[in-house]
Design a protein around this ligand. Structure first.
Ligand SMILES: Cc1cc2nc3c(=O)[nH]c(=O)nc-3n(C[C@H](O)[C@H](O)[C@H](O)COP(=O)(O)OP(=O)(O)OC[C@H]3O[C@@H](n4cnc5c(N)ncnc54)[C@H](O)[C@@H]3O)c2cc1C
Ligand code: SF4
Ligand code: SF4
Length: 409
């Protein structure tokens, strides 16, 4: 292989970005190379995204690669089996950091009409929801809509599994991917970890075991990775499987995730083992619940220093491409549910008919906050237009939310 080729392609990509080309055209820098050969998209992906610290960790490249080139290590792909690459270009095509979603993305996900847009992605209707069971509300993060929905769909047989995030017993704030196939599995994943949980890594297991149809729960970067896998114009068996068998995508609203130091600092400050930190909830402040029920409230402003730097390269707050968006958005014990697609509508109505969920109208204040936070993220420049992680470290400007550089939110 010509070792100059990846640099050539990368230079063409940069010239499209810097020359102000329409962002939809950026992908032509590598897509047009497919038939010329001698070019491994993995090289572009590693140099332009991963080596620049611009990888958000969604694992889309990892789980879509037909020849298993990547391992997933420390929240980024590692091209361990580089020589296995078959030049298919899928890894570059599905990366939400390398290119924005296709302009017709909202057409292909099956939006339910009439489509409304109030600034947090296209949707059909919205409501607040919570489980009617007190113990479920207590166990879950914000009312338990997500968990009730997954358990219900497993029981009806509408799904056979769900790609979620579970936690370690000795470290409940650190997530790992899990393919849940029973209500008990779903229950072991309840609650939110504000560290990064690579849920979508479990897609490979679902495909290998042919567990289908499946639901995916993820933060918006993961939702976008899944959608780009499903709807890539590069058609291979692997992404066809995702298109046919991922039947429901639930997106968690997300300002940012936090590094693991955020949790270990709490354990150190309160002199407790990590296993004692039972739950963290962020509601304009950081509410930490310890084993035994004791709660402490920390300042979100102070906690912000632990924000995950990679989250700067993300523009989606509300999971705009999900079937259903869910979040807490400042409300205790209620899930703010936004139903976007026909698939989301069918699943939601099926759950509501059971009487397991009570609902309430969304207060105007919560709606406005969701729109404001979504717009703040959406208005940032694209990852390609932002400085690399190394440049940000040098300038000391690491907080993704309060980034002061070019085009600060
Ligand atoms: C990193 C992160 C940031 C968030 N930021 C916001 C925010 O800014 N504003 C807001 O309104 N809501 C935010 N949320 C969403 C919120 O915390 C709840 O997940 C959501 O309201 C659903 O509540 P629930 O009671 O229905 O969830 P539950 O029924 O408790 O189910 C939660 C599901 O989330 C999955 N999960 C847990 N941790 C993670 C993780 N780290 N990554 C991916 N999946 C995970 C679990 O697998 C579980 O299935 C965030 C969530 C995460 C994980
Ligand atoms: S953002 Fe996702 S698809 Fe892109 S390099 Fe990182 S893990 Fe891979
Ligand atoms: S802000 Fe949330 S959705 Fe975006 S990259 Fe970070 S964890 Fe992913």
């Amino acid at each position: 292989m010509d070792s100059q080729r990846p640099d050539e392609i990368r230079a063409r990509y940069r010239s499209l970005v810097d020359g102000g080309a329409d962002e939809g055209d950026w992908a032509y820098a590598w897509r047009s190379e497919i038939n010329r050969g001698g070019f491994k998209a993995v090289d572009l992906l590693m140099r332009e995204i991963v080596d620049q610290g611009k990888c958000v960790g969604c694992a889309a490249c990892v789980t879509v690669c037909p020849t298993d080139v990547f391992d997933y290590v420390d929240e980024v792909p590692k091209d361990t089996r580089h020589e296995a690459c078959v030049h298919c270009v899928l890894c570059a095509d599905v990366c939400p950091s390398l290119r924005p979603p296709d302009p017709d993305a909202s057409d292909v996900i099956g939006l339910r009409a009439p489509v409304r847009d109030d600034g947090y992605g296209p949707y059909n209707y919205e409501f607040l929801a919570r489980s009617v069971k007190n113990d479920m509300v207590k166990a879950t993060q914000d009312g338990g809509f997500t968990t009730e929905l997954l358990i219900h769909l497993l029981r009806t047989g509408d799904i056979q599994g769900a790609v979620l995030g579970d936690t370690y017993e000795d470290n409940p704030q650190q997530g790992f991917h899990k393919l849940a196939t029973t209500p008990e599995d779903v229950m072991s994943c309840v609650g939110s970890r504000y560290t990064y949980s690579p849920n979508t890594v479990a897609l490979n297991e679902a495909m290998q075991k042919d567990v289908k149809p499946i639901a995916v729960v993820g933060v918006p970067c993961q939702v976008n990775g899944v959608r780009q896998q499903q709807h890539s114009s590069i058609r291979m068996e692997i992404n066809r499987w995702y298109r046919s068998n991922v039947s429901l995508v639930i997106g968690l609203y997300c300002s940012e995730a936090f590094t693991f130091e955020s949790v270990s600092s709490i354990a150190e400050d309160y002199k407790v083992p990590l296993s004692d930190i039972e739950n963290i909830n962020i509601k304009g402040k950081v509410i930490v619940r310890f084993k035994g029920g004791k709660e402490e409230v920390l300042s979100l402003k102070d906690y912000q220093r632990y924000a995950r730097p990679a989250c700067l390269y993300c523009q989606d707050y509300a999971g705009d491409q999900a079937d259903i968006g869910v979040g807490g958005i400042g409300l205790m014990d209620w899930t703010y549910v936004v139903v976007r697609t026909e698939a989301g509508h069918r699943a939601t109505q099926s759950l509501l008919q059971t009487g397991l969920i009570e609902t309430m109208e969304v207060p105007e204040k919560a709606k406005k906050l969701l729109a404001r936070l979504s717009k703040q993220k959406a208005n940032k420049p694209r990852p390609a237009q932002l400085p690399s992680l190394a440049e940000r470290i040098e300038s000391g400007d690491l907080d993704p939310k309060n980034f002061q550089g070019k085009g600060a939110a």
